[in-house]
Ligand binder design. Sequence first.
Ligand SMILES: Nc1ncnc2c1ncn2[C@@H]1O[C@H](COP(=O)(O)OP(=O)(O)OP(=O)(O)O)[C@@H](O)[C@H]1O
Length: 455
Amino acid sequence: MSSTSAHDRTAGSVPPVIIRAEGLSKAFTAPDGSPLPVLDNIDLALREGEIVALLGRSGSGKSTLLRCLAGLIAPSTGGVSYRGQQINGANPGVAMVFQSFALLPWLTVQQNVELSLQAREVPEAERTERALKAIDLIGLDGFEGAYPKELSGGMRQRVGFARGIVVEPDALFMDEPFSALDVLTAENLRSELVGLWEGNEAPVKSILIVTHNIEEAVLLADRVLVLSSNPGRIKAEIPIDLPRPRDRQDPRFESIVDTVYGLLTGRSGHGAEAAPHADHEEARDRTPATPVNTPLPVVTVGGLAGLLQILVARGGEDGLAELADELNFEVDDLLPLVDAAVMLGLARTRDARISVTPEGREITEADILTSKQLFAGHVAKHAPLVRAIVQALSRTEDHTLREGLFLDLLRRGFSTEEARIQLDTAIDWGRYAELYDYDHNDAEFTLEPGAQAHL
Ligand SMILES: Nc1ncnc2c1ncn2[C@@H]1O[C@H](COP(=O)(O)OP(=O)(O)OP(=O)(O)O)[C@@H](O)[C@H]1O
C-alpha cells in the first residue's frame, strides 16, 4: 500500500473484503464438445482501499476471471461472494470499464453516462446531477452533448470511466482499459486515474484491473496477481509498496518489473514462484508435449531470427525488460518470441534474462542453407504441431494431407479461430524449414523430400 495513499489502511487493521472468490474454476466447451478448462481453483479477495492488477499471458483467463467476479458468467465450480453474500447473477458491487469503451453511438456523452444510473433506477433529477459531476471529474466538462463519434479514443474512454464511477461502485473493474489507446493518451489517462485515486476523489472503494502490460500493473496496483496459463491459476502475488505517483526509473520499480518478467517468462510456471501449485505443474511436465497442450507461440520465423540476431549482437545475453524497452516492444510482443526461442532450444531464460544457446548461435551465424537445415531439425523435434504434421504426412502413401485433419484435431483444445492461428503458424515454420509445402488453393500439405530425416 502506498505510503501517500488517501486509501491508506489504518495501522494494524485489515480492511473489509468486498469480493471474494473461493475455489473458483471455469471450463468452457471446446467446438468438439470436450471441456476446455480455463480457470482452476482460484481463491482471491478484493479488499477496500486497494487496486489489484490481474496480469497474465494472452488467453490465461484474465477476462474470464473478471467476468466471473462481476457475475456476468457463472463459475463451473466454486463461488463468488459480495460483502459476504454469495452472488447468483450480476454482482451489485461492480461497475465495468471495457477496452472497447462500449458506448452507445446514438446517445450523447451525458446520456451514455446516465444509462448506468437508469439501469439502477435512480430518479431523473439525481441522474442528471450525478452524471454531470462524474463527467466533470473525469475531465469532460463541456462535452456533455457530444456524440461518441465526435470524440477521440482517449475522450471516449473517459466516458467509459465516467459511466463506471457514476454508480459509485464498491469495486471498479477495468478490462484492459488503456490498450486501445495510443501510448501517450494511455499514459495520460493512467496518471489522471492515479491522481483521482490518491486524492480520494473517485467514488470507488477498490479497483481490479486486467492487463497484459507489466509496467502498467506495477504503476497502478497495490498487489499484482500473476495468472499462469492452461488453465489459469494464481501463480504469484506481488505486493507493491511504492508511493504514487510511481517513477519508472526508480530502481525499486525496475526490480519489481524484472521480478514479474521473470514470473511470466518462467517456462509455464516452473520454479519457486509456482510453489502453491507446484505439484500440478510437475504432473503436467511429465506429460508428453502435444499440439494441444503445448501450443506454438504465434510468431514468424523472421521475428524469431531477428530476436536471435539481436541477442548475438549484444553478446549473447540481455535483460528482458531492457530488450523490450530498446526494441520499443510491449511485453506481449516480446514474450511469444522468447517462448518460441525457448521452445526450440535456441535460447533460455533465467529470472528476467534471456541468453542464446550454442544451437541458437549456430543458426544465427550459419549461411542461409545450413541455417534452414538446422532450423528444420529444431522445429521437427521441439514444435509439437510441426512434428505431428511431418509424422502424419510420412504415414500417407502420397505424402499429402488436407488441412482439415489438423484443424479437427486442434479444435479439441482450441477455439476455431485459435486452431486456424496455430495451423497458420505451423505452415509458416514448416515451409521455411522445407519440411513440407502447403497449397492454399487445395488447403493441402505435401511432405518435402528429406523431411523424415529430421524426425
Ligand atoms: N465464451 C467462451 N467460449 C469458449 N471459450 C472461451 C470463451 N471465452 C473465453 N474462452 C477461452 O478461454 C480462454 C481464456 O480467455 P480470456 O479472454 O479469459 O483470456 P485473457 O487472459 O483475458 O486473454 P487476452 O489477454 O487475450 O484477452 C481462451 O482460450 C479463450 O478462447
